[in-house]
Design a protein around this ligand. Structure first.
Ligand code: ATP
Ligand code: MG
Length: 721
């Protein structure tokens, strides 16, 4: 058990302080969360504070659970009475008690993103609006901004004046708010807004809650936004203690309104405020810590503060550069296997990445290497709705099983109702046929529904006929196009889902390259194994998560995957403001690096990225680490400017339908010695060409491969500078 004697002087001071207002500013791994937790235990044990007078606000549910666990370890009984939660759960708690004052029932619903979208869909339909003009994302921002600025729909109309676009937006806003009221639903923003507004309007309710918690603690205070701060101020009243901890270098939510000035100016709002700085890092080895410090030094907009560590070193940070994305993930999996054989638990390894779609290659590598894994705060790649849909469409081409048919027959909406579906199921039962056979062979219903069914069958039959002569990736592209699935996502501006589908196509491509003789059936069989049973929390699993989700956590060994320019730092994050965006990305990298206790691996790969539409180069963040703290292994990497490569396969570009493209595509003439470029394996040289197959030598580690000459992933090297 951790006792106060084990803390350093400043940490002790931070635990024992009797100041009413305390601010702890310190870098990653310096014990902020530990100090905050011990301070709570100290209040209960030594100062005899009632546990239920203590509030601790954490950033994520996972962090809240960990803190509860830590306090329970010290104080098994009393620990449970401390109120530890995220700020949103705290609001729900408050509103469940007092929201009737605001004219809402206690059993109000908390809406999630899907609920919000379905209200917008209704509104767009009602007003005949176009999702192309007003994306759901921009509309939700508009609504959130109005709400935050306390602009009612009536006033939004006034602001809109005669501008048609603005007027439309105000109409949707009004519709959204009315619907919410009709169904008693609050979205995430409302939770905070309602609580703050309620406290301001009803002094007696505020006074009650000020009385409820005498000691308020906030972890990760650097990522607080204005309204959250308002709430904390309202809860603090004049007499309560406010204890905040944070690290300005780890502010990673400014895109969502977080304001680092709040922690910087805290001392002005709460006087007299005791500020304690912790400067010893207990988490990481010197190489990891110094590497992370070197990185964050490149941010101009920061307050200088450096950490030291007394821990022994454990070798440099390792940068592994691979020639292809698949191999990058496989390398990580093999490394983890190697560590596991040496006695390392899987759960002590974490793989972090910048964006959700990146988990695909990693998950595949984990499965292939039989490594148990769990994804935090996200859905496993092969379990995401669009991936399941796409695979079910492919299953329609193969076996047309009932489950696949049920899943996709109305996605996108084709207007087939329950009654029609029931009839089909009924007929299938009677005849012993599959549902698809029923609709293919019989006229099950009549009128419009029957026409829809016939068109659907015609489409599936076309795919079935083309399947034997078409590469699977091309078949899927065609399916997404013909079925209207792709346009459905495009209309809804579902960029993340589109990205995931592109990833699936990349997956299929690399599968067909690795197994040129394999069939669609075999591919589907393989991926059906991927839709793995959900991993239990607490078991021995490798932990996969985005960097954002890893905030505050620590792991023995950390892999940061996808350290390529454009991916991390992320191109899109830098679009609005180059410098601000880049500095936030760098803070995010600082968070990622400082999660590691003993070993940090940074990986990236060259080759063409469909998402970026260019050849990848290593992230600048790798180069910003002082050479003495990092070793480079794997393929030699080119640091020159990205080259644009024209590929024959132009996934998702607006092109003629596939058949036309195939017919008009000029045949490339191949001969021994030709230089080629491959989407995953990089550059290579043709060794042999016969009967439509190329034998190509690629750079290490790919070696010699046989590939169909017409395969979309290869092209003769004809670069466009
Ligand atoms: N005095 C100490 N002696 C030994 N270990 C310590 C000490 N202080 C903290 N630690 C350990 O160092 C690690 C980092 O601590 P903690 O998670 O509290 O840091 P933090 O400042 O909250 O980091 P972050 O900024 O990432 O949230 C933990 O494993 C913690 O138990
Ligand atoms: Mg912490």
């Amino acid at each position: 058990m951790v006792s106060i004697e084990m803390l350093n002087e400043n940490q002790k001071k931070a635990v024992l302080t009797s100041s009413q207002y305390v601010r702890i500013i310190a870098g990653a791994g310096s014990g902020k969360t530990r100090v905050l937790t011990m301070r709570i235990a100290h209040l209960i044990e030594q100062c005899h504070v009632w546990p239920n007078k203590i509030l601790a606000i954490t950033f994520t549910n996972k962090a809240a659970n960990e803190m509860k666990e830590r306090i329970r370890q010290v104080l098994p009984e009393q620990g449970n009475a401390v109120f530890i939660s995220t700020i949103h759960s705290l609001c729900v708690r408050i509103l469940r008690e007092d929201i009737p004052a605001m004219g809402m029932p206690r059993n109000f619903t908390v809406m999630d993103a899907d609920d919000q979208r379905s209200i917008l869909k209704e509104a767009y339909k009602e007003f005949g609006l176009d999702k192309q003009t007003y994306t759901f994302g921009s509309m939700l921002d508009y609504i959130a901004n109005n709400k935050a600025a306390e602009i009612s729909p009536e006033r939004a109309y006034v602001f809109a004046g005669d501008l048609r676009g603005e007027n439309d937006k105000a109409k949707v806003y009004e519709y959204y708010v009315n619907r919410q009221q009709a169904i008693y639903a609050l979205d995430f923003d409302d939770l905070l807004l309602y609580t703050v507004r309620m406290f301001r309007q009803f002094a007696e309710i505020q006074a009650k809650w000020v009385q409820r918690f005498h000691y308020i603690h906030v972890d990760e205070f650097q990522d607080i936004d204005k309204i959250q701060y308002d709430l904390i101020q309202l809860l603090a009243g004049n007499d309560n203690s406010v204890y905040v901890v944070g690290d300005p270098d780890q502010t990673i939510y400014t895109w969502r309104g977080a304001d680092v000035n709040i922690i910087m100016n805290f001392e002005k709002d709460y006087q007299p405020c005791e500020t304690i700085v912790l400067n010893e890092n207990y988490r990481s080895t010197p190489s990891i810590l110094n590497g992370a410090n070197a990185l964050i030094h490149n941010n101009r907009n920061r307050v200088e503060k450096d950490l030291f560590t007394s821990r022994p070193d454990n070798g440099a940070i390792t940068h592994y550069s691979s020639a292809g994305e698949e191999y990058e993930a496989t390398w990580i999996a093999c490394k983890i296997n190697e560590l596991h054989k040496q006695g390392q638990r899987y759960r002590d390894c974490a793989i972090l990445y910048r964006s959700n779609y990146l988990s695909r290659a990693l998950e595949k590598a984990m499965i292939e290497q039989r490594i148990p894994y769990v994804i935090y705060g996200g859905i496993k790649f092969y379990e995401r709705a669009e991936i399941k849909d796409a695979l079910c469409y492919l299953r329609m081409v193969c076996g047309s099983d009932d489950l696949a048919l049920m899943r996709i027959i109305n996605v996108p909406r084709r207007g087939l109702g329950n009654k029609t579906m029931d009839t089909i199921v009924q007929r299938a039962r009677e005849t012993g046929k599959t549902m698809y056979e029923v609709i293919r062979d019989e006229k099950v219903v009549s009128g419009k529904a029957q026409t829809t069914i016939e068109n659907f069958v015609k489409m599936v039959e076309k795919w079935k006929n083309l399947a034997p002569s078409t590469p699977i990736s091309r078949l899927l592209e065609m399916i997404l196009l013909d079925s209207g699935y792709r346009s459905m996502l495009e209309a809804d501006k579902e960029n993340e889902r589109l990205e995931n589908l592109k990833e699936l196509i990349t997956d299929i491509e690399s599968y067909t390259i690795n197994y040129p003789d394999s069939s669609l059936e075999e591919y589907l069989q393989l991926v059906s194994l991927y839709g793995d049973k959900g991993a239990e929390d607490g078991g021995d699993h490798v932990q996969l998560m985005t960097v954002h989700a890893a905030k505050g956590l620590e792991f023995d060994t950390v892999f940061v995957y996808g350290m390529s320019e454009g991916i991390f730092p992320n191109d899109r994050a830098m679009q609005e403001s180059q410098l601000k965006g880049l500095e936030e990305e760098r803070r995010l990298a600082y968070v990622a690096f400082t999660r590691a206790q003993n070993k940090l691996y940074l990986t990236e790969s060259s080759g063409f990225s469909y998402i970026l539409s260019r050849i990848k180069v290593p992230s600048r963040f790798i180069k910003e680490i002082d050479p003495q703290y990092i070793e480079h292994i794997g393929a030699t990497f080119d640091t020159g400017k990205p080259k644009e490569i024209k590929l024959h396969s132009a996934l998702f570009e607006d092109e003629a339908p596939f058949e036309e493209r195939l017919a008009s595509k000029p045949r490339t003439k191949w001969k021994k010695g030709d230089h080629v470029r491959h989407a995953a394996f990089g550059e290579g040289i043709v060794l042999e060409y016969s009967e439509g197959m190329l034998k190509i030598a690629f750079a290490f580690p790919f070696g010699v491969r046989k590939i169909m000459a017409t395969h979309p992933s290869i092209q003769k090297a004809e670069e466009v500078e």
